[in-house]
Design a protein around this ligand. Structure first.
Ligand SMILES: [Fe+2]
Ligand SMILES: [Fe+2]
Length: 157
């Protein structure tokens, strides 16, 4: 279960800002799924977009967090354990091909919860514990937001 996120995000260190902007893209994705349901868009059509978003954006975002952000606290830290479990779960959901309508609803709910958890809880903790070296290492590998380009089928409009 996700922790109740009571905390507000604190001002982000420059090194974490690209990841926070990617979180905004993720929340937008959840909003687009909601729009798709409102507009009665076929789940297959939405899923095609989600698969593209996973391959071109989210997969890399997870990899960067796992390589350069979570190690600040270490894999035994309870917040990191939670984040890693959520990554596994989301990875599975994005790749699943059955029960698409249910799958899309779960992605919408669980991706949003994961992003809120990182922004309000985990990243605050990371930022407080990270050394200047940790931030530098992250910047070296990720100084710009992942750009995933434009998708041709904007079903949410
Ligand atoms: Fe994450
Ligand atoms: Fe994230």
């Amino acid at each position: 279960m996700a922790e109740a996120p009571k905390n507000k995000p604190i001002k982000r260190h420059k090194a974490i800002q690209p990841l926070s902007r990617e979180h905004h893209q993720g929340l937008l994705l959840c909003w687009k799924i909601g729009k798709g349901f409102e507009k009665d868009i076929a789940p297959e059509r939405m899923k095609t977009y989600l698969e593209w978003f996973w391959e071109n954006h989210l997969k890399l975002h997870f990899e960067i967090e796992e390589k350069y952000v979570f190690p600040v606290l270490g894999e035994d830290h309870k917040l990191v354990k939670q984040a890693l479990e959520e990554h596994e779960h989301l990875k599975y959901l994005f790749q699943a091909k059955e029960d698409l309508a249910e799958n899309l609803k779960m992605i919408r709910r669980d991706l949003e919860a994961h992003i809120r958890f990182e922004e309000r809880v985990l990243f605050n903790e990371i930022q407080q514990k990270a050394s200047e070296e940790d931030f530098q290492k992250l910047l070296e590998h990720h100084d710009q937001e992942i750009s995933c380009g434009l998708w041709h089928d904007e079903f949410w409009i």
